[in-house]
Design a protein around this ligand. Structure first.
Ligand SMILES: [Zn+2]
Length: 501
């Protein structure tokens, strides 16, 4: 079947607008064309299960879910894989150093397997609470080590590797296109970056395919390989599991923007070296931006973790957080504030009140189903066309939310038309109107107002006192904040604060 540039016919229906997505590879918006059989094969980098997912991590899965719903909306089928990294790798950019799963196991006095199982379950609970469609496969890295070794052996045969004391490394100098995705200028870009010294490594961009045990070291999770006892490199996991489950080439790879510079660059290098067919391994790379907490980036390594259940303890429904995320475009940095979340919760409450008054909603997944549900209400069909335009324009969810709010106020729409519009928005936004009731949101009580500017000032004053080593004043300011129900946490990136439950 010839591959046209536009989606024209899918299952007999006309696609009025082509889905356009921002491809990190080339950094431009492009028409998305799926593989020949109408099944989009989608891979999203999953969590390393050594702690709870913080709300910033969950932005990546909410984004992948929005993408998946947009594909379904366009009448495509989707095969989705999210991996579970249950082999502890060190911090993302480090090849050496402590294994995070082992550190967690020691801290919590459990085995590494228990730690991985516990946090994997917690991850699934978080996904369900955010109404994220379950992936079709959640491959565990520990189940694929044999295949990872075979993959690395082929790279050895093809001359892309060298072995040093700390393991088997990918030789990036053998890959003339290395770093394209990250726009990395190999000669200079990494010089100033935080890259650890690895004795014997030939270039800072070279990365471990196999991490060998240091003499005398005995990992809790260890496998034998042609390069000695040890564990696979982190990047290797995703290449191997995605190819095994989705085929050697697949349609879309997603992840947080932090993966664009290193993890995904390395995945591409080793996969294209492995395949050696001169074709791009994956055509579309999509990345969501960070969630910012105050001025500090939320990351697991900063030691400050804010989870969905923390938010629930503070009276916020998880879907209010989903709505908060959808209120920003996935490629825009989003500043997380409790005031912002509060306002998202008020919006959700209002939407649920209005939509549940409409009675039972039609079952809608695709644009065509939504148009059919609107029947002969031309105004409603026009709104559904606008929803289609918005979601097809690189997933413009803020616009879809605005259309939903407008149409609920629109007196010219019939009740059936309004129901069709709400069902369409529920489908693309993943907010289950029709199932959510006002009572679901009642438990999520409103918090007393907090003057964020005043809190920021107190936090800044306390930080200034700490810098000046005026501990008495710093303690007094902390006490004042505690009285206001604010908890301050000092991180490597500066202080952050949250409201106590
Ligand atoms: Zn990955």
């Amino acid at each position: 079947m010839p591959r046209g540039r536009h989606l024209t016919l899918q299952t007999g229906s006309i696609q009025r607008v082509t889905l356009r997505l921002f491809n990190s590879l080339g950094r431009r918006v492009e028409d998305f064309t799926p593989a020949t059989d109408g099944v989009v094969r989608l891979y999203s980098c999953g969590p390393t299960v050594y702690s709870y997912a913080h709300i910033g991590n969950l932005r990546a899965y909410t984004f992948a879910d929005t993408l998946r719903r947009a594909l379904l909306w366009k009448g495509l089928r989707v095969e989705h894989v999210i991996n579970i990294t249950d082999v502890g790798h060190a911090v993302a950019e480090a090849e050496l150093g402590e294994d995070k799963l082992e550190v967690a196991a020691a801290r919590e006095r459990r085995s590494v397997e228990e730690i991985a199982a516990m946090y994997t379950e917690a991850f699934f609970t978080d996904l369900a609470s955010l109404n994220i469609l379950p992936a079709h496969h959640y491959p565990r890295a520990t189940q694929y080590v044999e295949q990872m070794i075979a993959f690395a052996e082929r790279l050895v045969e093809r001359g892309f590797t060298y072995e040093i004391e700390s393991g088997l490394y990918f030789d990036t100098s053998k890959d003339p296109t290395y770093g394209q995705l990250g726009l990395i200028d190999v000669s200079g870009q990494l010089e100033g970056a935080r890259v650890e010294e690895v004795p014997g490594r030939q270039a800072k961009t070279d990365f471990a395919l196999w991490r060998a045990e240091a003499p005398g070291q005995l990992r809790a999770m260890r496998w034998n390989s042609p390069w000695g006892w040890g564990a696979p490199g982190w990047h290797l996991e995703c290449s191997v599991m995605s190819m095994l489950l989705l085929g050697e080439h697949f349609d879309i790879h997603t992840g947080g923007v932090d993966h664009r510079q290193l993890h995904h660059v390395n995945e591409i290098a080793q996969s294209e070296a492995y395949l050696g067919d001169g074709q791009p391994w994956v055509k579309f790379w999509l990345h969501n931006e960070f969630l910012q907490l105050g001025s500090a980036k939320i990351s697991k390594s900063s030691g400050h973790i804010l989870t969905v259940s923390d938010l629930a303890k503070q009276g916020f429904h998880p879907l209010a957080y989903r709505l908060f995320l959808l209120g920003g475009h996935y490629r825009a940095q989003l500043e997380f504030t409790l005031a912002g979340l509060d306002s998202a919760q008020s919006t959700l409450r209002r939407l649920v009140r209005r939509t549940s008054a409409l009675g039972e909603l039609p079952l809608v997944t695709t644009a065509d189903e939504a148009r059919a549900a609107a029947g002969d209400d031309a105004a409603a069909v026009a709104v559904i066309d606008q929803i289609d335009d918005a979601i097809s324009a690189d997933l413009n969810t803020p616009r879809v939310l605005a259309l939903l709010q407008d149409s609920l106020r629109d007196q010219t729409l019939s009740e059936a038309g309004q129901r069709a519009v709400v069902a369409a928005c529920a489908a693309v936004l993943g907010l289950p109107f029709g199932q959510l009731t006002p009572a679901d949101l009642e438990q999520a009580s409103d918090l007393p107002e907090v003057d964020e500017a005043a809190v920021e000032q107190l936090v800044a004053d306390r930080e200034a006192a700490r810098v000046a080593r005026d501990w008495a004043r710093a303690d007094a300011l902390r006490a004042e904040l505690t009285e206001l129900g604010i908890q301050v946490t000092d991180t490597a990136d500066g202080p952050t604060w949250t409201r106590l439950g």
